[in-house]
Design a protein around this ligand. Structure first.
Ligand code: ADP
Ligand code: MG
Length: 241
């Protein structure tokens, strides 16, 4: 509990900072990027590598700013009834090319219709952050990322399991901490944003892992009550399941 409290305080500090800084920093970076591209064209081949590197580093900085921005906006603008199944299919479609690039595959198994209340872009962002980590953890290992969804005690459960490098206890306990990353090019902000996004939708996120064998994320989100008639009744039979 104490650990959780500490994490919440740290997140508040970072998100306050994020809101004010992120927008201000993004514009000059975009301008700089434009000038670098312009100069690269003018200079010809001589310093191409240096320009490429400079632009790459700028893009990495942009990535950090983007992660910050998703931290700065933890409250959903609007929550609507969502089909979790549809969202999972979307994430599968979006992330499969990235998985394939690293020699991995994504499998989705979600047989029953699961309806939740949430914000599609927040949910997508949270899922992408987790799946991206799984793909990165299975690099060079014929990765299999299995996404499974089912209902359990009034909640929708989404499990994202991989056969990647896994984590030890010390690493597990630091998940969600700002700037905790074991990657050379990591920001260490992805999971922090993810915890915030899921908690903003009244959900929870837990991780389990065995070092060198893989990791499993488990998201729980409140299922939409059946009485909620605002959900478009796609298939009443499936909805009863
Ligand atoms: P980043 O991906 O930028 O490093 P994240 O917040 O997304 O930051 O993740 C933090 C760290 O958690 C990662 O650097 C990695 O060490 C660990 N991690 C997260 N997911 C997994 C996973 N599926 N398998 C192994 N390690 C993981
Ligand atoms: Mg990440």
């Amino acid at each position: 509990y104490n650990e959780r409290l500490q994490r919440t305080e740290k997140m508040k500090v970072v998100s306050d900072l994020a809101a004010s800084v992120a927008h201000e920093v993004r514009n000059p970076m975009q301008v700089t990027r434009g000038f670098l591209q312009f100069l690269a064209r003018r200079t010809g081949q001589d310093h191409q590598d240096h320009f490429d590197l400079a632009i790459q580093e700028l893009d990495r900085a942009s990535g950090i700013i983007n992660d910050f921005l998703s931290l700065a906006k933890p409250e959903p603008d609007e929550t609507v009834p969502l089909s979790l199944n549809e969202e999972l299919r979307r994430v599968e479609a979006m992330m499969s090319p990235f998985a394939a690039l690293h020699g991995g595959t994504i499998e989705v198994y979600a047989p029953g219709l699961l309806r939740i209340r949430g914000n599609a872009s927040m949910l997508t962002q949270a899922l992408i952050n987790i799946v991206k980590n799984s793909i990165e953890a299975t690099r060079d290992r014929a990765g299999l990322i299995r996404i499974e969804a089912f209902a359990e005690g009034g909640e929708a459960v989404v499990m994202i399991a991989d056969n990647g490098i896994g984590m030890n206890e010390a690493q597990l306990s630091r998940l969600g901490e700002p700037f905790f990353s074991t990657k050379a090019d990591g920001t260490g902000l992805g999971l922090m944003a993810t915890y915030r996004l899921i908690e903003a939708m009244q959900g929870s996120l837990e991780f389990r892992s065995v070092k060198d064998e893989g990791a499993e994320a488990r998201i729980r989100l409140p299922l939409l009550e059946r009485a909620d008639s605002s959900f478009p009744a796609a298939s009443p039979v499936a909805a009863e399941a």
